[in-house]
Design a protein around this ligand. Structure first.
Ligand SMILES: C[S@@+](CC[C@H](N)C(=O)[O-])C[C@H]1O[C@@H](n2cnc3c(N)ncnc32)[C@H](O)[C@@H]1O
Length: 364
């Protein structure tokens, strides 16, 4: 964690005179001459305070004649708010406590099932019981529906990856792979980009992304379970990855500032969300203008009703919560995405396919 920026932000607010200045600027733009009079301080003291507030991104300055005029920087303040929130979440591990209480009982129950399943999966890898968890049959797959899960879900989908990249991954990252595709293979990541992986699990896609974006890029993983985060952080340490960070939180309430990432990837997670419109909205919010998504997910044929999807497998097993092609496209389009492409790659149960979803966002 880089503490320089949070320390700069806390310092900006940690002074009585600066808080008085902010209270005055809340009324509107003020000339330095007015602030000097109101605060009864010297010009050099005022300059010192204003430098700190401007550098933190809280205040902007405008020169008119011999005086500088100051005003609050509302978009900068939004950014500061998000950065401080992210800092507190990262440092305390507490996040989004209010989210649960807003969910109705059925959604709460489904979320609990999803959490329990992936906590269990993480524990099995951490505890070394490879034969059960690491067979994806136990995780994002449905033993009851009779498809060859070991070929269609999990680490076997990483055959397009270069052997150098695979060799650089810790064994536990491969074993904990519970996805239904290989988003890094389709995301066309470039050096220097910032990537966010939603539902990062044991961290395989974050670590692969980190290799592709290189030392000037950065890869975030986001997951709601402490057990998966612990496993992912251990894998990152073992891989020696320095350009990664695993955040705790919900994909429906992403703990990152607006317009802060170039690409959002995700591997078999969005189907698990109990509030998919919120996920699409959050992805749009955190993407920079011109940003893109490269997602692997299970998608249902348009003709399959919710009831029929439920009959094919459980919610926590990535089947019952899957959107249809039309629903996926409509959800992304409502959130502002364009050039949406949803390409099925392989059928996982009849009428439901692992698919690659690509789309772009323009904010202006
Ligand atoms: C099927 S696993 C996929 C893990 C990883 N993407 C991979 O390919 O191995 C789903 C992961 O998403 C996380 N997850 C599910 N729903 C989530 C939500 N609403 N918010 C955050 N994480 C979630 C689970 O904890 C689990 O680690």
């Amino acid at each position: 964690m880089d503490y320089q920026r949070p320390a700069q932000l806390f310092k900006a607010f940690a002074d009585e005179s600066r808080l008085q200045i902010l209270a005055l600027l809340k009324q509107g733009e003020k000339c330095a001459c007015v602030l000097l009079e109101e605060l009864d301080i010297s010009q050099s003291t005022l300059s010192h305070h204003m430098k700190i507030l401007c550098e933190a991104g809280i205040v902007t300055a405008r020169r008119e004649g011999k005086w500088t005029h100051y005003s609050l920087d509302c978009s900068g303040i939004d950014q500061v708010k998000a950065e401080l929130e992210q800092f507190v979440i990262a440092e305390t591990g507490c996040c989004c406590g209010s989210k649960d209480t807003e969910l109705d009982a059925e959604k709460k129950e489904l979320l609990q099932q999803v959490q329990d399943r992936y906590i269990e999966a993480a524990k099995k890898v951490t505890g070394g019981s490879q034969s059960s968890c690491c067979s994806p049959m136990d995780c994002c797959a449905e033993p009851t529906v009779g498809f060859a899960a070991s070929d269609r879900l999990g680490a076997k989908l990483y055959t397009q990856q270069s052997s150098t990249e695979i060799d650089a991954l810790p064994q536990d990252a491969l074993l904990a792979s519970l996805g239904c595709g290989n988003p890094t293979a389709v995301a066309e990541l470039k050096a220097g980009e910032t990537v966010l992986d939603l539902g990062s699990g044991g961290g395989i896609d974050v670590l692969l992304s980190a290799m592709r974006v290189g030392e000037h890029g950065f890869a975030y993983g986001l997951d709601m379970t402490d057990e998966m985060l612990e496993l992912a952080r251990k894998n990152a340490k073992e891989a020696g990855a320095t350009n990664v960070e695993f955040l705790k939180g919900y994909i429906e309430d992403i703990p990152l500032p607006d317009s802060s990432v170039d690409i959002v990837i995700s591997n078999c997670v969005i189907n698990l969300s109990v509030d998919k419109p919120a996920v699409f909205k959050e992805i749009a919010r955190v993407l920079k203008d011109g940003g893109r998504i490269g997602i692997s997910d299970i998608v249902a044929d348009n003709k399959l009703s919710q009831e029929e999807r439920r009959a094919k497998g459980s919610y926590a097993g990535c089947i019952a919560g899957a959107l249809s092609f039309a629903e996926y496209e409509a959800g992304l389009s409502t959130a502002g995405f364009h050039d949406i492409q949803i390409t099925p790659t392989h059928e996982v149960v009849s009428g439901m396919s692992a698919s690659i979803i690509k789309a772009y966002i323009h904010k202006h």
